[in-house]
Design a binder for this molecule. Sequence first.
Ligand SMILES: NC(=O)C1=CN([C@@H]2O[C@H](COP(=O)(O)OP(=O)(O)OC[C@H]3O[C@@H](n4cnc5c(N)ncnc54)[C@H](OP(=O)(O)O)[C@@H]3O)[C@@H](O)[C@H]2O)C=CC1
Ligand SMILES: C[C@H]1O[C@H](OP(=O)(O)OP(=O)(O)OC[C@H]2O[C@@H](n3cnc4c(=O)[nH]c(N)nc43)[C@H](O)[C@@H]2O)[C@@H](O)[C@@H](O)C1=O
Length: 361
Amino acid sequence: MNKDSKIYIAGHRGLVGSAILKNLKSKGYHNLVFKTHDELDLTDTLQVASFFKKEKPEYVFLAAAKVGGIVANNVYRADFIYDNLMIQNNVIHQSYKNGVKKLLFLGSTCIYPKNAPQPMLEDYLLTDVLEYTNEPYAIAKIAGIKMCESYNIQYDSNFISVMPTNLYGPNDNFDLEKSHVLPALVRKIHLGKSLENDNWDAIRKDLYHLPIEKTDGNASKEKILLVLNKHGIKKIDNKISIEIWGSGKPMREFLWSEDMADASVFIMENRDFKDCIEDIKEIRNSHINIGTGVDISIKDLAYLIKKEIGFKGGFYFNIEKPDGTIKKLTDVSKLSSLGWVYRMGIKEGVSALYNWYLKKK
Ligand SMILES: NC(=O)C1=CN([C@@H]2O[C@H](COP(=O)(O)OP(=O)(O)OC[C@H]3O[C@@H](n4cnc5c(N)ncnc54)[C@H](OP(=O)(O)O)[C@@H]3O)[C@@H](O)[C@H]2O)C=CC1
Ligand SMILES: C[C@H]1O[C@H](OP(=O)(O)OP(=O)(O)OC[C@H]2O[C@@H](n3cnc4c(=O)[nH]c(N)nc43)[C@H](O)[C@@H]2O)[C@@H](O)[C@@H](O)C1=O
């Protein structure tokens, strides 16, 4: 890529896409193309074909997808498989048809078997059964990897797949039902602290601007308490207790979205598909894990956020909600061997996410 290259960022308003856009701009790339979901529905084959024909991007970052936390994946199973297959089929196929020089496809570490040995090497793909809660999403992501590999082999294209670990950062989704654990806990604990301090203005502002349920700016305390209670923020005998889904025992590895964006741009600048191949006779598992190689339990994460926010109350564990995979730590040796390492550790990251959340409200 050179600074004048025409680069299309699919999903530029999302968590990762917005960070990729920021990273590219900061490095002097200026010929950038992007469209909102309303302007271009990537599940629509005709719209995507006409967009590529008109714009002719040279490079593509495919960061648009149907994304959500464990419960959203489990509930909206059809949407997660349909939307993701359609988006990636359309974007990857039109990239081939329109001579895109290089494409980066973003998968996820949920492509690996539920009980994969830890840490997980790229070669563990398709060696055992997947985690049930996100099987449809994972199947779509595996199809994306195999689509990139197959086009590279048959058509000599240059499509690279990366498998990010759990991500968080600016422009994250804070919806308490559909989001991932980190933004959900930041928001719930912030609401818990506001309740602890009788800061009803802060609670009203939160519910109004980032609605978990549309509550108007003047909602009564009783109505607000009902909404909070429904989302696992409970006041019992003047003590606040916050719901943690599952047992709190699962381990997760978290990467700051701006580090993810930096790794994505680094790979686009420094790596071609042919560099990712180990066996030229049977090309497979050419994807690259992106993570930190460090994980933390959900329980410890909750206590870390509690400390950062200054919440004095407690937690309760709701085992009616799924735990998901018990551990999914990436082996990042392939990525490290290229010379890329992450910058933001989890402690600073939690603080940065909370500050972003407070400013955004
Ligand atoms: N967040 C995470 O923890 C992880 C994410 N990933 C992967 O990283 C990539 C980016 O994820 P993330 O940034 O978190 O996701 P976000 O939900 O934050 O962003 C996704 C973006 O895609 C857009 N989009 C979704 N559907 C369509 C569509 N049909 N047409 C056009 N645009 C669409 C969304 O627009 P709109 O909101 O308007 O629909 C949004 O801007 C995805 O491939 C995801 O699978 C991988 C591992 C972990
Ligand atoms: C990125 C990844 O994201 C999804 O997988 P996940 O890692 O399980 O994602 P999660 O962030 O939603 O949960 C992590 C853990 O945390 C627990 N947990 C506690 N309390 C809350 C809570 O309040 N909200 C959420 N969401 N989880 C909670 C939760 O029960 C689980 O044990 C995949 O479906 C798939 O899409 C994928 O690739």
